[in-house]
Design a protein around this ligand. Sequence first.
Ligand code: SAM
Length: 329
Amino acid sequence: MMTLRDSFSRKIDYLRISVTDRCNLRCRYCMPEQGVPSVGHQAVLSYEELLRVARIAVELGVRKIRLTGGEPLVRKGLLGFITQLCQLPQRPEVTLTTNGLLLADYAADLKQAGLSRINISLDSLQPERFAEMTRREGLDRVLLGIEAAENAGLTPIKINMVPILGVNADEIADFGRLTFTRPWQVRFIEFMPVSSGLEYTPEQLYSASRIQADLQQLAPLATEGSQGIVGPAQIYRLQGALGTVGIIPAVSEHFCGSCNRLRLTADGQLRPCLLSEQEIDLLAIMRQGCSDETLAELLGKSVLDKPERHGLREADYAPGKRRMHGIGG
Ligand code: SAM
């Protein structure tokens, strides 16, 4: 079985594919209020092209594929694409990250298509605050979507929350409390000032240590599993809880040592790191008629291009051109 290894001996077996940079929310730390400019179908990879890259990545040793965006559920034809991904001979695990707005409509079909699990992003349990942060209504629909995903067996459910100082960080305890009665993993992700033009400032980052302290107010917090670290998340269980909590110190600590990812943006750019501007233009190269061998070489090159760590904490960090919706968070 093939294995991809980068220059720092990390095994790369995870591909995140952004299927669109469009979204049905306008989260203030992610999307511009006016949305993204309308571009023709030609500017994004077709499902055939995405499948081709995924097939080659899987042949090279990728075992897990996560679909993201933008909001993946707004792209037409997604179910058919998931079915094809799941039917690749190596049977990669296929998962999805969604804001949950359309999930109640799709959960059963997603399961049927072969999707394993789902992550739902949710930053507030308060309807008015949800609307303020996302510039759209819809908390009730997201909650129905989570229920539908659970009923469909897209489990374990993971909820991702980004606490922002002065905005929603006071809800960490409310989110943590959910795990007492539900077998979910509620994950708190540090806000990343990835690009300029976001409505929240780097000073509003609510650090992993503060998140942990807030959770400890609820109940003793025990490290889950032998090391407490699964990928980038540190996993804990509040005493007596059915579910677990995760803390992702995306900025304050480097989780890069365990990074196993490559990313493909909707416009066909292969990125070795969420926070590096290095990209390989697979869209252009595929449309010039490149061979599978060339694509495989470029995947290998991107793996070797992976930086040892991101530079978010460095004094000279310059925010990138893309916001998270354009990278595929
Ligand atoms: N629409 C899908 C969703 O809501 O999960 C997938 C795309 S969204 C860009 C993926 C994740 O990125 C969400 O959990 C969102 O909260 C997170 N995100 C976006 N901008 C971020 C930022 N500046 N810092 C930290 N997380 C961010």
